[in-house]
Write a protein of this length. Structure first.
Length: 81
């Protein structure tokens, strides 16, 4: 997955916060392709990536089902790809 580093930011949490690096990443979900800014953290015990409303979730109708442990994402018509 190609990515371009765009800098960093501080992500605030209930426990204070931590530093993240931000990169632009090419993403494909089903047949939908786009580029989005993604935050990466190496400061936590478990490394994780952060997808936000702007650039990812604003392109889909998203339903999280905790009981079934599933996520359904339907592309929004007219969203920039």
């Amino acid at each position: 997955m190609p990515r371009q580093h765009e800098g960093g930011a501080r992500l605030g949490t209930a426990n204070g916060g931590f530093e993240i690096g931000i990169s632009r990443v090419d993403i494909k979900v089903g047949q939908t392709r786009f580029s989005a800014r993604v935050g990466f953290s190496q400061t936590k015990a478990v490394t994780f990536n952060i997808l936000g409303r702007e650039g990812f979730f604003n392109k889909f109708s998203v339903c999280f089902n905790e009981m079934m442990k599933t996520v359904i994402m339907v592309p929004l018509t007219g969203s920039k790809r």
